[in-house]
Write a protein that binds this ligand. Structure first.
Ligand SMILES: C[S@@+](CC[C@H](N)C(=O)[O-])C[C@H]1O[C@@H](n2cnc3c(N)ncnc32)[C@H](O)[C@@H]1O
Length: 288
């Protein structure tokens, strides 16, 4: 694995073919840990794409074999040295996800000039950027902000506050985070200060707190919590979003994806992207 040069495999084609190939990746016994995302690249042309990030020769061969079974145009790219995946896999503490570089105090001397650098110390709160669920959210968010900005952002289950802070640092005028865990709220506030981010955090379960309702409706909601609360919060999240607003759901296992998706699709949401990393899935959905 150490000799493997990080590659990205991109496969483009019609939605039905891309989705069938994604299902085949999920069901392939050798690709259980494979990281990939599937999204609509061009709505007018009906073009969908899969981006896959093999980490071993076996994964690389398995992905190519699966993708070859569908009428998709497959290309491969070598990832730049500083790519997020290479950083995450090298075991080094900083994590790169898209334009975001998440680092601890001990790495402050080697910050890239071209990234949004967020300092988050490992500690009592969840969300240093090393976990697959957080990386999935950052990757999904990075893709979204290539096309548009989100003025008002809510982060349900903020942990270290990383996602709300990332939003505040990339142009969101209002970034609000909630957490049921008091130490996480305190840590999020400290992290906002350290990162000079105009993000506010409150101790709350779900979306009922006054600070949350006063700033609603939101253009984007992050919710990286577990599958069951994601399902029970589906209606509240819909209510908190503007029509056409986006929600990034994470914290669910691949095996729970169908169940979580159903709670949102039954409320009119449309799936616009999904990212699989390790055993975890992240979903990006658009409110009707
Ligand atoms: C998996 S961590 C995510 C942290 C961070 N957002 C990230 O992406 O790395 C989930 C966080 O959600 C909080 N949480 C769980 N259920 C919640 C709820 N119903 N309302 C608010 N916060 C909740 C937990 O205390 C925990 O800090």
């Amino acid at each position: 694995m150490t000799d493997y040069t990080p590659q990205q495999i991109v496969a483009r084609g019609a939605r039905a073919d891309a989705e069938a190939a994604a299902d085949a990746i999920d069901n392939h016994p050798g690709l259980e840990g494979a990281t990939y995302s599937i999204l609509e690249e061009d709505e007018d042309k009906g073009l969908w794409r899969i981006d896959a990030f093999p980490t071993t020769d076996e994964e690389d061969a398995g992905l190519l074999e699966v993708l070859a079974g569908y009428p998709l145009k497959v290309v491969r790219e070598t990832l730049a040295d500083a790519d997020w995946l290479a950083m995450a896999l090298s075991g080094l503490p900083p994590v790169r996800a898209g334009r975001f570089f998440v680092y601890g105090m001990h790495d402050r001397g080697r910050l890239p000039a071209s990234t949004v650098n967020l300092r988050i110390e490992a500690g009592a709160a969840f969300g240093t950027g090393h976990h697959g669920t957080t990386v999935g959210c950052l990757m999904a968010y990075d893709k979204l902000i290539k096309a548009r900005k989100f003025k008002k952002v809510l982060d349900v289950g903020a942990g270290t506050g990383l996602l709300a802070i990332a939003a505040a640092r990339t142009g969101s005028r209002i970034a609000v985070g909630t957490d049921i865990d008091r130490p996480s709220v305190r840590i999020s506030k400290e992290n906002a200060k350290v990162n000079r981010a105009n993000a506010k955090f409150v101790h709350a379960s779900g979306l009922g707190h006054r600070l949350v309702t006063d700033n609603a409706p939101y253009d984007l909601v992050f919710a990286n919590i577990l599958a069951r609360p994601l399902i029970s919060l589906a209606q509240d999240i819909k209510t908190a979003l503007v029509p056409g607003g986006t929600v990034i759901l994470s914290g669910l296992l691949r095996t729970q994806e169908r169940m979580v998706k159903a709670a949102y699709v039954s409320r009119g949401f449309k799936v616009v992207n999904r990212i699989h990393r390790d055993a975890w899935a992240a979903l990006v959905l658009q409110r009707p």
